[in-house]
Structures are given as structure tokens and as C-alpha cells.
Design a protein around this ligand. Sequence first.
Ligand code: ZN
Length: 305
Amino acid sequence: VHTRKVPISEDVDLSVLARGTPGFSGADLANLVNEAALWAARQSRKMVLMVDFEMSKDKVLMGVERKSMILSEEEKRNTAYHEGGHALVAAMTPGADPIHKVTIIPRGMALGMTMQLPIDDKHTYTKDFLEAQLSVLMGGRAAEEIFLGKVTTGAGNDIERATDIARQMVCDWGMSEMGPLSFGKKEEAIFLGREIAQHRDYSEETAIRIDHEVKKIVTAAYTNARTTLDTNRDTLERIAQALLVREVLDATELNLIIEGKPLPEKVRPTPPSAPAVPGKEPSLAPRREPQTAPGFAKGEKPAPA
Ligand code: ZN
């Protein structure tokens, strides 16, 4: 419906776009198409290509690329191993959402990003799925410990999200040894925006048991991530090195690396207006954003940052 008035190229696969935009409202989709059309117009193109839609989707989902943000070589290296850790754990954990893209180009507040693409719109989650996602979240920190021999603040957001999920598993969804009980009534305090006031309706002893269960769930996920990476060290090494060279890897490229196959020289069609310079390293991502406005991340995403 939203692409009806926009001239789109034959290479545009709307079903792939649809899979990458679960939970988007009609207005979100209209915005996505609009951004893509604007981008195509800036490139003086008459048709909107798939690359335009991909650009637009990444911008809406992950925030604007911050090419101007200079990362030191060491930060880049840290980020490559960290994101590689997420990606490899996602690829190796049965039941986790498949990887869509992994990048070490800074976007919004994040230095890198691993995006997973759900196969379908999910409205309920199984315990297995949540545990798989927790392992993926822990993949970044586990990779830092194994490959860098140090830990960074880069995993802060992953840890926060993992802890939140684990706490909900215990307190809201009855997915722990605490049984099918709800702990802590939540009231949405509308006057305070989206802040949630939580008041405790359980004893100090129960609080300790909840903390214990939360810790157990997160630690199990960490151990799983660490074992996966430990047994696939060579693969993660290859992913990190490829990320340092290419900055972005998509699902196909990631699978080639995991299978131990070489990556093709040119993997993505270059937009007509930006011909590749021979002899230069192929750039897989647009070098410059037309806008300098801060990125707008869209809600909470299941993929770790
Ligand atoms: Zn991370």
C-alpha cells in the first residue's frame, strides 16, 4: 500500500523488507518508504532501489550512522570482537533469531551493532527463545573476555537488557524455580511519562530468592555464550578480521565466514551514482549521511547493541 505511489525498481523485494520491519505501524512504514524515496532522489535516481530501502530501514531501526565519530584502532578492534561475539553466538544457538547484519560503524549511541531478523512477527516468546536471546546478549562480553583479555563498558547495555529479561522471566512470566507467580505489582504512572512505579509485595527473603534466580538465568546464558565462542575461536577470529576490513557483514557473508569460505570481492551492488573506485577497498556502506540530525532509535529491539 505504501509503495504504490513510489516508482520502485525490480530488485526491491518487499517480503524481505517486511521481515525486517516487524511491529511497524502504517505510519512507520510510510516513513520508511518516504526516507527511501528521499534518499533515491538525492542520488538523482528515478527509481527507488533495494539499497535505498535498506538504508532507510537501517536509519529508522538503528539510528543515523555516525561516520564522523572517530574510533581509535583499539576501539574498533574491541567493537569487532564484541559484535562478532553476538553474531557468532546468534548463528550457533538453536532457536535464536537469525542475524541480519553486523556492523562496527557507530550509530546513535552505539559503537557497533548486531541486528537479528525475526522470521515472523512474534507476540509471545518461549522460554527457550528467551534463553537463546540472553546467550546472544552475553556473546559480546564473553568475546571481550576470551579474545581481548579485558572487559569494556561496551557490554553495559547488553547486561542491563539481559538482567531485565531475566527478571521478567522470574517475576512476570513464571519461568524459574520461583514457580508461576507474579512478584511486584507494576503501575504505569502516566503522569510521569513512561516511567513505571513498582511496589514490592513480597518479603525480604523472597527478594533474595528472586535475585538468586535472576543471577542463575543470566549466568547460564553467559556460560553458554562463552562455551560457544571457546569452541569456535577460529571462526570468531575470522569474523572480527572481516569486520575490521569491511565494517559491515550481512547474513550471507557471515554464513560464508562460518563455513570457512572466502568472501567474494564485491558483495553488494553499488548504487549507480557512486561507482566504486578501482583499487580501493570496497565500501559496503554509504560514506556520508545527508543529515546530521541525531539518530532516532525506534523503541526496544530484540537485537543486542
Ligand atoms: Zn553488545
